[in-house]
Design a protein around this ligand. Sequence first.
Ligand code: SAH
Length: 218
Amino acid sequence: MIDKILGPRYDAYLAFIRKAMIKDQIEARGVRDPRVLAAMDKVCRHCFVTEDMVSRAYEDYPLPLHGGQTISQPYIVALMSELAELKGPERVLEIGTGSGYQTAVLAELAAGVCTVELLPELAAGARARLAGLGYANVEFRTGDGAEGWAERAPYDAIVVTCAAKAVPPALLGQLKPGGRLVIPVGGEEQTLKVATKGPEGARERDVCAVRFVPMLGK
Ligand code: SAH
């Protein structure tokens, strides 16, 4: 439809509505980190959704992926990226690769991203998509993210994109002192939390109510 009408101008249209998404959904709700805003502008969310969802890629919602999973709402991706407090040299662990969209945003913001996905089909799709987009600073693993990725630890930041019943101890253990763990915690009702590891041990703060798919596995 609109892609047929606009033809070669469709990409320019998508870039235009992506800028509107940043202004109206992300900046308007208080995300200010200029590096995060630039990353949200650079990463084409429409490259990560299923073909039938491309025209809706910049709307204010999560969208369905294969296997009953979802690509997170753009604002939540931006918020979690901001909460990770990345300046550029960091190494980040992501749990729940899904489409690879949040992975790409993190790869724009940090030196390296290790990402773990439970479902092999999604992991393979994200790997191919990110390679196609030219991301060379991402490592993929298929498995249970509750265990983290010990061989690559410690991490400056850990971003979890599925809801855990409680903060998995393995993830806190793989965080560097001073690092940030950004994680949705709960069942039906969930809270986005930031856990930090300081000199006096781990601390947690609540950011806002969120709704993520549950962390599966053990
Ligand atoms: N960040 C993704 C959001 C994906 S939804 C995106 O931007 O597209 C959450 C993802 O977590 C799903 O892909 C789901 O398969 C995955 N997941 C669920 N439980 C998991 C676990 N225990 N370990 C790793 N990944 C898990």
